[in-house]
Design a protein around this ligand. Structure first.
Ligand SMILES: O=C1O[C@H](COP(=O)(O)O)[C@@H](O)[C@H](O)[C@H]1O
Length: 267
Protein backbone atom coordinates (compact mmCIF):
# COMPACT_ATOMS: atom_id res chain seq x y z
CA UNK A 1 0.00 0.00 0.00
CA UNK A 2 1.37 3.41 -0.93
CA UNK A 3 -0.32 5.16 1.96
CA UNK A 4 -2.87 4.44 4.62
CA UNK A 5 -4.04 6.96 7.12
CA UNK A 6 -6.69 9.24 8.44
CA UNK A 7 -7.17 12.74 7.09
CA UNK A 8 -9.33 15.16 9.10
CA UNK A 9 -12.99 14.17 9.23
CA UNK A 10 -13.16 12.78 5.72
CA UNK A 11 -12.51 9.23 6.78
CA UNK A 12 -9.70 6.78 6.24
CA UNK A 13 -7.69 7.08 3.06
CA UNK A 14 -6.20 4.03 1.43
CA UNK A 15 -4.05 5.00 -1.51
CA UNK A 16 -2.84 1.98 -3.43
CA UNK A 17 0.23 1.69 -5.63
CA UNK A 18 -1.68 0.20 -8.57
CA UNK A 19 -5.04 -1.30 -9.55
CA UNK A 20 -3.99 -4.82 -8.66
CA UNK A 21 -3.16 -3.76 -5.08
CA UNK A 22 -6.42 -1.81 -4.89
CA UNK A 23 -8.43 -4.86 -5.97
CA UNK A 24 -6.72 -7.01 -3.31
CA UNK A 25 -7.13 -4.42 -0.54
CA UNK A 26 -10.79 -3.90 -1.45
CA UNK A 27 -11.45 -7.66 -1.45
CA UNK A 28 -9.74 -8.02 1.97
CA UNK A 29 -11.81 -5.13 3.36
CA UNK A 30 -15.14 -6.51 2.11
CA UNK A 31 -14.29 -10.05 3.27
CA UNK A 32 -13.40 -8.76 6.76
CA UNK A 33 -16.63 -6.75 7.06
CA UNK A 34 -18.64 -9.71 5.83
CA UNK A 35 -17.05 -11.99 8.43
CA UNK A 36 -17.64 -9.48 11.25
CA UNK A 37 -21.29 -8.87 10.29
CA UNK A 38 -22.05 -12.60 9.95
CA UNK A 39 -20.46 -13.21 13.35
CA UNK A 40 -22.43 -10.39 14.98
CA UNK A 41 -25.79 -10.53 13.18
CA UNK A 42 -25.81 -13.75 11.17
CA UNK A 43 -26.12 -11.87 7.87
CA UNK A 44 -24.27 -9.28 5.77
CA UNK A 45 -26.41 -6.56 4.14
CA UNK A 46 -24.40 -4.87 1.41
CA UNK A 47 -25.40 -2.28 -1.18
CA UNK A 48 -23.52 -2.08 -4.47
CA UNK A 49 -23.20 0.73 -7.01
CA UNK A 50 -22.57 0.42 -10.73
CA UNK A 51 -19.78 1.76 -12.92
CA UNK A 52 -16.10 0.95 -12.44
CA UNK A 53 -16.66 -0.39 -8.90
CA UNK A 54 -17.84 -3.80 -10.04
CA UNK A 55 -14.68 -4.52 -12.07
CA UNK A 56 -12.61 -3.48 -9.07
CA UNK A 57 -14.47 -6.01 -6.87
CA UNK A 58 -13.57 -8.91 -9.18
CA UNK A 59 -10.98 -10.48 -6.84
CA UNK A 60 -13.77 -11.43 -4.44
CA UNK A 61 -14.79 -14.16 -6.87
CA UNK A 62 -11.28 -15.64 -6.92
CA UNK A 63 -9.36 -17.77 -4.41
CA UNK A 64 -9.24 -17.54 -1.47
CA UNK A 65 -12.32 -15.28 -1.13
CA UNK A 66 -14.61 -17.42 -3.30
CA UNK A 67 -14.27 -20.19 -0.69
CA UNK A 68 -13.75 -18.25 2.56
CA UNK A 69 -16.51 -15.64 2.29
CA UNK A 70 -19.88 -16.80 3.67
CA UNK A 71 -21.80 -15.94 0.48
CA UNK A 72 -24.99 -17.64 1.66
CA UNK A 73 -25.35 -14.94 4.35
CA UNK A 74 -25.12 -12.01 1.93
CA UNK A 75 -28.16 -9.83 1.23
CA UNK A 76 -27.44 -7.67 -1.80
CA UNK A 77 -28.98 -4.30 -2.67
CA UNK A 78 -28.19 -1.43 -5.02
CA UNK A 79 -27.36 2.06 -3.74
CA UNK A 80 -28.52 3.28 -7.12
CA UNK A 81 -29.98 1.80 -10.25
CA UNK A 82 -30.85 2.97 -13.71
CA UNK A 83 -34.53 2.42 -14.58
CA UNK A 84 -33.95 0.20 -17.61
CA UNK A 85 -34.59 -3.49 -18.26
CA UNK A 86 -32.37 -5.83 -16.26
CA UNK A 87 -30.99 -7.16 -19.53
CA UNK A 88 -29.99 -3.64 -20.72
CA UNK A 89 -26.29 -2.78 -20.87
CA UNK A 90 -26.99 0.33 -18.69
CA UNK A 91 -28.40 -1.77 -15.84
CA UNK A 92 -26.29 -1.77 -12.67
CA UNK A 93 -27.88 -5.14 -11.81
CA UNK A 94 -26.70 -6.64 -15.10
CA UNK A 95 -23.21 -5.27 -14.52
CA UNK A 96 -23.03 -6.93 -11.10
CA UNK A 97 -24.62 -10.14 -12.36
CA UNK A 98 -22.17 -10.51 -15.23
CA UNK A 99 -19.12 -9.35 -13.28
CA UNK A 100 -19.78 -10.84 -9.85
CA UNK A 101 -22.98 -12.70 -9.04
CA UNK A 102 -22.71 -15.27 -11.83
CA UNK A 103 -19.07 -16.11 -11.04
CA UNK A 104 -19.42 -19.42 -9.18
CA UNK A 105 -20.01 -17.79 -5.81
CA UNK A 106 -22.88 -19.37 -3.85
CA UNK A 107 -25.11 -16.32 -3.39
CA UNK A 108 -28.74 -17.21 -2.62
CA UNK A 109 -30.88 -15.84 -5.51
CA UNK A 110 -33.69 -14.76 -3.15
CA UNK A 111 -31.18 -12.62 -1.24
CA UNK A 112 -30.47 -10.50 -4.33
CA UNK A 113 -32.73 -7.45 -4.15
CA UNK A 114 -32.78 -5.68 -7.48
CA UNK A 115 -35.39 -3.10 -8.44
CA UNK A 116 -38.61 -3.78 -10.35
CA UNK A 117 -37.64 -2.82 -13.91
CA UNK A 118 -41.16 -2.89 -15.34
CA UNK A 119 -42.63 0.14 -13.55
CA UNK A 120 -41.93 3.88 -13.52
CA UNK A 121 -38.94 5.34 -11.66
CA UNK A 122 -41.25 6.67 -8.94
CA UNK A 123 -42.95 3.29 -8.46
CA UNK A 124 -39.62 1.47 -8.53
CA UNK A 125 -38.30 3.73 -5.74
CA UNK A 126 -41.47 3.19 -3.66
CA UNK A 127 -41.34 -0.58 -4.16
CA UNK A 128 -37.66 -0.70 -3.28
CA UNK A 129 -38.38 1.22 -0.07
CA UNK A 130 -41.10 -1.33 0.74
CA UNK A 131 -38.72 -4.25 0.14
CA UNK A 132 -36.08 -2.71 2.42
CA UNK A 133 -38.74 -1.97 5.06
CA UNK A 134 -39.73 -5.67 5.12
CA UNK A 135 -36.10 -6.71 5.52
CA UNK A 136 -35.65 -4.21 8.34
CA UNK A 137 -38.71 -5.75 10.04
CA UNK A 138 -37.23 -9.23 9.71
CA UNK A 139 -33.86 -7.85 10.90
CA UNK A 140 -31.95 -8.90 7.81
CA UNK A 141 -31.08 -5.18 7.62
CA UNK A 142 -30.44 -3.34 10.91
CA UNK A 143 -31.95 0.00 11.76
CA UNK A 144 -30.12 3.13 12.87
CA UNK A 145 -30.92 4.20 16.43
CA UNK A 146 -30.33 7.81 15.41
CA UNK A 147 -32.15 8.30 12.12
CA UNK A 148 -34.64 5.40 11.95
CA UNK A 149 -33.10 4.66 8.55
CA UNK A 150 -31.90 1.21 7.51
CA UNK A 151 -28.33 0.63 8.66
CA UNK A 152 -26.56 -1.37 5.95
CA UNK A 153 -23.45 -3.24 7.02
CA UNK A 154 -21.66 -1.80 3.99
CA UNK A 155 -22.55 0.62 1.19
CA UNK A 156 -20.08 0.57 -1.71
CA UNK A 157 -19.97 3.74 -3.80
CA UNK A 158 -18.06 4.88 -6.85
CA UNK A 159 -17.67 8.55 -7.71
CA UNK A 160 -18.00 10.28 -11.07
CA UNK A 161 -15.60 13.01 -12.30
CA UNK A 162 -18.33 15.53 -11.32
CA UNK A 163 -18.26 14.27 -7.70
CA UNK A 164 -21.56 12.36 -7.90
CA UNK A 165 -22.07 9.25 -5.80
CA UNK A 166 -24.91 6.73 -6.29
CA UNK A 167 -27.32 8.88 -8.41
CA UNK A 168 -26.86 11.97 -6.24
CA UNK A 169 -25.72 14.57 -8.75
CA UNK A 170 -24.22 18.03 -8.12
CA UNK A 171 -26.73 20.76 -7.25
CA UNK A 172 -29.69 18.43 -7.76
CA UNK A 173 -32.74 18.69 -5.48
CA UNK A 174 -32.25 15.01 -4.66
CA UNK A 175 -29.42 16.05 -2.32
CA UNK A 176 -31.97 17.69 -0.03
CA UNK A 177 -34.21 14.64 0.33
CA UNK A 178 -34.49 13.98 4.05
CA UNK A 179 -37.64 11.87 4.40
CA UNK A 180 -37.40 9.08 1.84
CA UNK A 181 -35.01 6.13 2.04
CA UNK A 182 -35.00 5.62 -1.72
CA UNK A 183 -35.94 8.29 -4.21
CA UNK A 184 -35.99 8.76 -7.99
CA UNK A 185 -34.83 11.22 -10.62
CA UNK A 186 -35.91 11.56 -14.23
CA UNK A 187 -33.33 14.13 -15.33
CA UNK A 188 -29.95 12.58 -14.62
CA UNK A 189 -27.20 14.65 -16.27
CA UNK A 190 -25.47 11.35 -17.02
CA UNK A 191 -27.53 8.98 -19.18
CA UNK A 192 -29.79 7.17 -18.73
CA UNK A 193 -32.03 9.93 -17.26
CA UNK A 194 -34.32 7.80 -15.06
CA UNK A 195 -32.75 6.39 -11.92
CA UNK A 196 -33.49 5.43 -8.36
CA UNK A 197 -31.04 6.17 -5.56
CA UNK A 198 -30.48 5.76 -1.85
CA UNK A 199 -30.77 9.16 -0.20
CA UNK A 200 -28.03 10.78 1.88
CA UNK A 201 -29.72 9.92 5.22
CA UNK A 202 -29.59 6.21 4.29
CA UNK A 203 -26.00 6.37 3.06
CA UNK A 204 -24.94 8.24 6.19
CA UNK A 205 -26.70 5.72 8.46
CA UNK A 206 -24.61 2.77 7.22
CA UNK A 207 -22.14 1.03 9.50
CA UNK A 208 -19.51 1.28 6.77
CA UNK A 209 -19.28 3.27 3.56
CA UNK A 210 -16.50 2.78 1.01
CA UNK A 211 -15.91 5.19 -1.88
CA UNK A 212 -13.76 3.57 -4.55
CA UNK A 213 -12.19 5.92 -7.10
CA UNK A 214 -9.52 5.37 -9.74
CA UNK A 215 -7.97 7.37 -12.55
CA UNK A 216 -6.62 10.85 -13.09
CA UNK A 217 -9.89 12.16 -14.58
CA UNK A 218 -11.32 12.01 -11.05
CA UNK A 219 -8.34 13.58 -9.25
CA UNK A 220 -9.90 17.06 -9.08
CA UNK A 221 -13.19 15.72 -7.67
CA UNK A 222 -11.25 13.64 -5.12
CA UNK A 223 -9.35 16.78 -4.07
CA UNK A 224 -12.55 18.82 -3.72
CA UNK A 225 -14.34 16.06 -1.82
CA UNK A 226 -11.54 15.16 0.60
CA UNK A 227 -9.64 18.41 1.07
CA UNK A 228 -12.96 20.13 1.67
CA UNK A 229 -12.14 23.33 -0.15
CA UNK A 230 -13.47 25.05 -3.25
CA UNK A 231 -17.13 25.08 -4.25
CA UNK A 232 -19.95 24.51 -1.79
CA UNK A 233 -20.81 20.94 -0.84
CA UNK A 234 -23.92 20.78 -3.03
CA UNK A 235 -21.51 20.98 -5.99
CA UNK A 236 -19.52 17.99 -4.71
CA UNK A 237 -22.00 15.34 -3.50
CA UNK A 238 -19.24 12.97 -2.34
CA UNK A 239 -18.39 15.55 0.33
CA UNK A 240 -21.87 15.03 1.80
CA UNK A 241 -21.08 11.40 2.53
CA UNK A 242 -20.43 11.67 6.26
CA UNK A 243 -21.57 8.56 8.14
CA UNK A 244 -23.10 9.62 11.44
CA UNK A 245 -21.73 6.74 13.48
CA UNK A 246 -20.28 4.53 10.77
CA UNK A 247 -16.86 4.43 9.18
CA UNK A 248 -15.95 5.96 5.82
CA UNK A 249 -13.03 4.54 3.84
CA UNK A 250 -11.73 5.93 0.53
CA UNK A 251 -9.96 3.48 -1.80
CA UNK A 252 -7.88 5.47 -4.30
CA UNK A 253 -5.21 4.63 -6.83
CA UNK A 254 -2.27 7.03 -7.14
CA UNK A 255 -3.64 8.94 -10.19
CA UNK A 256 -6.96 9.57 -8.40
CA UNK A 257 -5.07 10.78 -5.31
CA UNK A 258 -2.63 12.92 -7.29
CA UNK A 259 -4.27 16.30 -6.50
CA UNK A 260 -4.78 15.77 -2.77
CA UNK A 261 -3.17 18.36 -0.52
CA UNK A 262 -0.17 17.10 1.41
CA UNK A 263 -1.32 14.20 3.50
CA UNK A 264 -1.26 14.17 7.29
CA UNK A 265 -1.49 10.62 8.43
CA UNK A 266 -1.13 8.24 11.26
CA UNK A 267 0.22 4.70 10.87
O1 LIG B 1 -23.83 6.47 -13.11
C1 LIG B 1 -23.17 5.98 -12.23
O2 LIG B 1 -21.91 6.45 -12.01
C2 LIG B 1 -21.21 6.23 -10.78
C3 LIG B 1 -19.73 6.37 -11.08
O3 LIG B 1 -19.40 5.45 -12.12
P1 LIG B 1 -17.89 5.22 -12.60
O4 LIG B 1 -17.99 4.31 -13.79
O5 LIG B 1 -17.34 6.58 -12.94
O6 LIG B 1 -17.16 4.58 -11.46
C4 LIG B 1 -21.58 4.90 -10.15
O7 LIG B 1 -20.99 4.77 -8.89
C5 LIG B 1 -23.10 4.80 -10.07
O8 LIG B 1 -23.50 3.61 -9.45
C6 LIG B 1 -23.65 4.80 -11.48
O9 LIG B 1 -25.05 4.64 -11.54
Amino acid sequence: MAFSGVKNDRGELRILENLDELRTDLADYIAELSEAAVKERGVFAVALSGGSLIGLMGKLCEAPYNKTVDWGKWYIFWADERVVAKSHSDSNYKLAKDGLLSKQVPIVPSHVHSINDSVSAEEAADEYTFVIRQLVKSRMVSVSDISDCPKFDLILLGMGPDGHVASLFPNHAVLDEKDEWVTFITDSPKPPPERITFTLPVINSASNVAIVVTGETKAEAVHLAIDNIGPDSQSVPARLVQPTKGKLVWFLDKPAASKLDSLQFSE
